[in-house]
Design a protein around this ligand. Structure first.
Ligand code: PLP
Length: 434
């Protein structure tokens, strides 16, 4: 695929410069400084439309899309999910608070978490329409709550993972920390019956950034078998998680089709229910990355260029503190210069950040036009699992985030300041000071 096609759908090259939604990235970077993240509204909207259209055309029952907030959540993004009538999957109290602040109705808040704290459970019982129970201990804790308007689903560990580029992005395999085995699921279902808990659905999630939906099919069968055994009848919920992939690099095949992914799931749920005499469930899909990754772009300024044996380093002002994905699991990226986009890609460069770790790398060995100190570069597919995993390593301040529409560029998260870094700290009262 073309490198430009990794970028948001409104991206253009005008006067050899990158523009997104009609905004010149060079001007945005000058006005807002770097590192700078932008989200393109049109790309976000288009991804939701693709999911909704695919679900409506391939699934005869009720269906809905849940945005996995772990990919990136802030007040503005939560407001956008609300405007799109999505449900938000919140991991714990913090994400619940952001979603509630956006005015999200209770029935559109779903809570996940592999080891939810008491505070997470309290907040979930207070605000969420659905809690996905990860383990038996959690279920026993939940039985202490009055769950008036909250339904429970059970998270199944199907015992098979999808194929992803790294073991750390797989969650469904036998030895995974997530969810419950089949035996534990039945124990949990019986516990719910005995304690009168509102058990309404089953969930599983096998991994993140996969393109081949094949391993989902046997997992759907297992989950439907369990659903039959549990005895779900009317008004029940079925969620095969999220994880559909996106392309990060022009060497990969193009962004995989959302339509074929959704159709594959819908067909096997319909057939599986018919075969078992189950009523069609409310089908939920739970994408994170495939909704928001392509909408995001990270813009950095190159501060220095270093020539080394077999390597040219471009050193940028952001890196693992705003995008730890290379350091975590060797994620691959591509990039374009913000100006001089059409110049011949005559150099091979590696791109690294300013942080005190050799693993603080963004990109390795990429053909690029000649880039000099002071130039801007733009990394596409930066919308998921960057800022949500950002840190203050080396005193880094989290970047500014802009929301772009034609004719509108709005700050949705300001840049952190050194004041923010100090805000949580308390001065030590040393006893030997007088
Ligand atoms: C339970 C659950 N649902 C959905 C997702 C979303 O995955 P992705 O962003 O790859 O679509 C995740 C990601 O880890 C998850 O753990």
């Amino acid at each position: 695929m073309k490198r430009l096609d990794l970028f948001p759908i409104t991206t253009k090259i005008e006067n050899d410069r990158l523009t997104i939604a009609g905004h010149d990235l060079k001007l945005l970077a000058e006005e807002n400084q770097t590192p700078l993240y932008i989200y393109d509204r049109a790309t976000l909207d288009a991804a939701v439309t693709e999911y909704k259209t695919a679900l409506a055309s391939s699934y005869p029952g009720a269906g809905s899309i849940t945005y996995a907030g772990k990919a990136f959540l802030c007040l503005a993004l939560a407001q956008w999910t609300r405007s799109q009538n999505l449900t938000v999957d919140c991991t714990g109290e913090g994400e619940i608070a952001i979603t509630v602040a956006a005015g999200m109705p209770r029935e559109n808040i779903l809570v996940h978490g592999v080891n939810k704290s008491e505070a997470d459970l309290r907040s979930a019982a207070q605000h969420a329409g659905t809690i996905v129970v990860d383990n038996l201990q959690e279920l026993s804790q939940l039985s202490q709550y009055e769950l008036k308007n909250t339904e429970l689903w059970l998270r199944l560990l199907p015992g098979m993972a999808v194929s992803t580029h790294h073991a750390h992005t797989q969650t469904g395999q036998h030895d995974s920390k997530f969810g419950m085995t089949r035996e534990e699921i039945m124990e949990a279902a019986n516990f719910c019956k005995q304690h009168g808990l509102p058990l309404k659905g089953i969930h599983f999630h096998q991994g993140s950034n996969f393109r081949d939906p094949e391993p989902l099919l046997p997992a759907i069968e297992i989950a439907l078998d369990l659903s039959k055994e549990i005895g779900f009848q009317s008004e029940w919920h079925f969620c095969p998680g999220g994880g559909w992939g996106v392309a990060y690099h022009e060497d990969e095949l193009p962004h995989p089709s959302i339509e074929s992914y959704v159709r594959g799931i819908a067909e096997s749920v319909v057939e599986g229910c018919q075969a078992r005499g189950l009523e069609l469930p409310h089908l939920h899909l739970e994408p994170g990355r495939s909704l928001v990754a392509r909408a995001g772009v990270a813009v950095y300024r190159v501060g220095a260029v270093k020539k080394r044996v077999n390597k040219t380093w471009l050193l940028t002002d952001g890196g693992m503190a705003d995008n730890p994905r290379f350091a975590l699991y060797g994620a691959r990226y591509s990039c374009l210069p913000v100006s001089g986009v059409g110049l011949e890609r005559s150099e091979r460069v590696s791109i690294a950040g300013p942080f005190c770790e050799s693993g603080d790398i963004l990109i390795e060995d990429l053909p690029m036009p000649k880039v000099e100190a002071g130039d801007l570069i733009a990394i596409p597919v930066a919308g998921a699992y960057h800022l949500s995993m950002a840190s203050n390593y080396n005193g880094a301040r989290k970047p500014i985030v802009l929301w772009l529409e034609e004719g509108k560029a709005q700050v949705i998260q300001r840049r952190e300041t050194t004041r923010d870094l100090l805000d949580r700290d308390e001065r030590l009262l040393l006893c030997d000071q007088h």
